[in-house]
Design a protein around this ligand. Sequence first.
Ligand SMILES: [Zn+2]
Length: 134
Amino acid sequence: MDDYESMLEKGREKLPEDIVEGSRFETPEAKTKKRGSRTVIKNFSSIAKKFNREEKHFSKFLMKELGTAGHVDGSELVLQGNFRRGIINSKISNYCESYVICKECNKPDTRIQKEKGVTMLKCEACGARRSLEE
Ligand SMILES: [Zn+2]
């Protein structure tokens, strides 16, 4: 009985850290759909909102990275060409890393602002700032 209980204790201690660390920011996943010769990111707007970034800035990045053209249509981003979801998601996490997450504290509570003509990423959580290469 004692052994059983200590086993339970151990089991509890072994809970993976990412369950305990519920506040860790998770990169949102794109919901994509093929529409003829185009690829639609159906939840584009909500991802931009989660990142707290302008849709224009975010869509420009994705189109540049994917080397294609496209446009925002309502809450969707319509891209020319067919792209696999994995590729799109990897670009989204690149964006998140470069333009959203603070490198000091790993929080997404950041803002893009211009300082003396330089575009900076400023963290509201810890106050860190770094310049963004355009
Ligand atoms: Zn920070």
